[in-house]
Design a protein around this ligand. Sequence first.
Ligand SMILES: [Zn+2]
Length: 395
Amino acid sequence: MIRLLFALLITTTIFASQVERFRWKNGETYLVFLEKHKLPLKSLYYNLDKDDQRLTEEMRAGIHGQILKNGKGEILQVLLPLNNELQIHIYRVKNKYNFEAIPIISTTKTEAFATKIISSPNYTIMKKTGSRKLAQIFTANFRHSLNFKNDMRNGDNLVMIYKQKYRLGQPFSMPILDAAMIEMRHKKHYIYLNDDKRYYDEKGHEVEGFLLARPVRAARISSYFTKRRYHPILHKWKAHLGIDYAARRGTPIHAAGSGTISWAARMGTYGNLVKIRHADGYETRYAHMKSFRRGIYRGKHVKKGQVIGYVGTTGRSTGPHLHFELRKHGRAVNPLRVVQVTTKKLKGKKYKAFVKLKKNYDENIALHLENQTPYKKVGCYENMCYIHRLHAQSL
Ligand SMILES: [Zn+2]
């Protein structure tokens, strides 16, 4: 179905200008795109710095781009979303085309629904919402604590509360699960997203994951994962596709999970870099290392927790830290969201704060359960003002 839409072109006419909406084709590259639209390769690619050139490689099939043309059919602006947060903006000023990376304008809505379970939760969510992503975030986050195979009964309930981003009236990017409840043989099980961005069960136990939370022990996080941040030195919008752990030079770095080393050498701005390939298409990257541990080389198998190298500041780095990345099938994902530590129980103040948050969610969940809140597709029509804004910029 989605494949059929690849060629779909929506044309909207505003004043004399036209906005064309299109889907990025499978296998299309940024350079091919420029050539196809007779846009200058020099100013929009070859003259860019390495970081911006690397950004253009992030284009993925299926994303929606937009082209704004004037009455004569000349391109005034192009918007190419790279990920959920950042987009390439090509714009014309006095017949010259410019390139910049700018944030994506989006709105986030909190949504919820309740449903009776038919066979598996995965099947039920898919059937009720038509959203594979909703099914994924539900099962991914409960997987570690519950076994859905043997304990399901027809008539058990399920409630999901989650955040969904919208851009141009369409949901986009992975929704984020805030809280969820599932009944198994009428017994209720809960998970909650805590303020520390980790999931906990109703007793305040962290939901266990397959990777170590911290590749550097006792280190402070100096920079979080974001697909959009303003770079203080480069003075432009960039993504930070990993987590930075500030630590003293020489601090040991541990493999976050078992796997095979696929890279242990220098690599551009990463400096000394180790990549480890894990199961299920996951890969972790450890950058700016001072040095590798002896015996760490390509093809070598490492165990979770094993020391692979030492904190340094090689490559583009302002001080000793580990830049840690987690990728799934090549795409960067937030390690704090997927990587979950071995069970940790909240205590003291943190536990009290969690109980408060939990109480709030519990009340909401109970309400949705009572009302059997149906899943609703939200229609929002912010695209018009967005296009106006786009148009205004071109004047
Ligand atoms: Zn970093």
